[in-house]
Design a protein. Structure first.
Length: 157
């Protein structure tokens, strides 16, 4: 896949598996806003929201977390803690070369700093954790493209 400068909300929906309504809702609620917002045209319509490749990557991670059962409120909390405590974007913490890595066990989201300190972002994000045991059960978060669904026409042809 070749990266573009920006992606339309339709392209993001197709790549992430999110619906256009979810994108609109997440934008309105401030979860992840588009880089180029929709605006009214002279003809009375509206332009489509546009997302950067970094926005797309972050939406892929958020969509994956949502499918795993994390609530939109928890997603807000994760983004807030990353910004306020670690001064990082989600992109930086999930493969963009930031100073922390995000991990999950399926129930919680953890941040691991370069020095090895662990934080539970959903329970006590300011309190470092003592990790005893098997770290291998934790999986690193990253964005994943959704496979496009075949239309009925192409499946018949």
């Amino acid at each position: 896949m070749q990266l573009k400068k920006t992606y339309s909300s339709r392209e993001v929906a197709a790549l992430s598996g999110l619906t256009a309504r979810q994108l609109q809702n997440w934008d309105a609620r401030g979860l992840l806003t588009s880089t180029v917002p929709s605006h009214r045209t002279a003809a009375g319509g509206y332009t489509e929201r546009r997302y950067t490749p970094i926005d797309l990557f972050e939406l892929l991670v958020l969509a994956d977390l949502r499918r795993r059962g994390f609530t939109v409120q928890q997603l807000h909390q994760i983004l807030g803690v990353l910004k306020e405590q670690f001064h990082q974007r989600l992109f930086d913490a999930t493969g963009g070369g930031g100073s922390i890595n995000l991990l999950t066990d399926g129930r919680d989201i953890y941040a691991r700093t370069a020095s090895g300190a662990f934080f539970n972002l959903l329970k006590m994000p300011t309190q470092p954790m003592l990790v005893v045991g098997d770290e291998e059960k934790l999986k690193q978060l990253s964005g994943k493209l959704r496979s496009r669904r075949k239309s009925k026409r192409s499946a018949v042809a």
